[in-house]
Design a protein around this ligand. Structure first.
Ligand code: BTN
Length: 249
């Protein structure tokens, strides 16, 4: 591993329900070094956002959680970590493909409009501070077939036609995470700029499913607290959190 701390401690599991769950459970009893990676060849109950299941064929992909201690982050800047991790995964795909990689808010990573990676960050608090962040990352690497309902699923192999070595991918991912995490620590500006430059559907008209029904709108940006700002056809501008809006595409 060519990193300073990300991935220098590795817990490699054959099969686990969820690496995020394993990390949380472990941390309730013991501490772990910052940068520890918990990786599983198979997850039997992978967790996605909004209570969804994360499907990943055993041994074909990367399913892992990274322990971080972003004590430098104010509570109201938590979304910056989500941005940094999303950018690390986007950088990872950029390294392996020629496609323009997009980040679908809040942190799905798209290759050619197909979701090839998902991120689930779970924080552990001590008082009003984050003591640990569990950054769960699922990257579809070599998987070619997906459950029928995942109509927008993609993978590195689907995009490039090449087969990838999972261990090499892990190393590359750790390098990218370390770079972005250190960038976050020293200069949040670049993270904000790069995140916005990769944001899927920024300033483009598209359909969204909202509590008021399906509406045509344009993403105008993302607030510091992570809420998505959308301008609708009638001129109205509203902010949403992850549970309040869905992209129709
Ligand atoms: C999403 O897009 O819904 C988030 C998916 C996150 C999946 C990863 S796989 C490794 C880690 N462990 C989990 O149970 N989930 C995350």
């Amino acid at each position: 591993m060519k990193t300073l701390f990300i991935g220098r401690h590795l817990i490699s599991l054959e099969s686990v329900d969820s690496t995020n769950g394993y990390a949380r459970d472990f941390l309730s009893r013991n501490d772990l070094f910052e940068g520890t990676v918990i990786i599983a060849a198979e997850q039997t109950n992978g967790k996605g956002q909004r209570g969804n299941v994360w499907y990943s064929s055993p041994r074909e992909n990367l399913t892992l959680s990274i322990i971080l201690k972003p004590h430098f982050l104010d509570l109201n800047c938590q979304f910056d970590l989500s941005k940094a991790i999303a950018l690390s995964v986007a950088d990872f795909f950029t390294y392996y493909t020629n496609y323009e990689i997009k980040v679908k808010w809040p942190n799905d990573i798209l290759i050619e409009s197909k979701k090839a990676a998902g991120i689930l960050i779970e924080n552990i608090y001590q008082g009003d501070k984050i003591s640990h962040s569990i950054a769960g990352i699922g990257i579809n690497v070599n998987q070619l077939n997906f459950p029928a309902k995942l109509i927008h699923a993609g993978s590195l192999k689907l995009a490039t036609g090449f087969h990838f070595n999972i261990n090499e991918c892990l190393e590359k991912l750790c390098e990218n995470i370390e770079r972005r995490y250190l960038q976050l620590k020293s200069n949040n500006k670049k993270i904000d700029e790069d995140y916005l430059s990769k944001l899927f559907r920024l300033n483009e008209w598209g359909n969204f499913s909202t509590a008021r029904g399906d509406l045509l709108g344009k993403i105008k940006g993302v607030k510091k607290n992570g809420r998505l700002t959308i301008q609708f056809q009638n001129g109205e501008i509203l902010d949403f959190d992850n549970k309040e809006i869905e992209f129709i595409y």
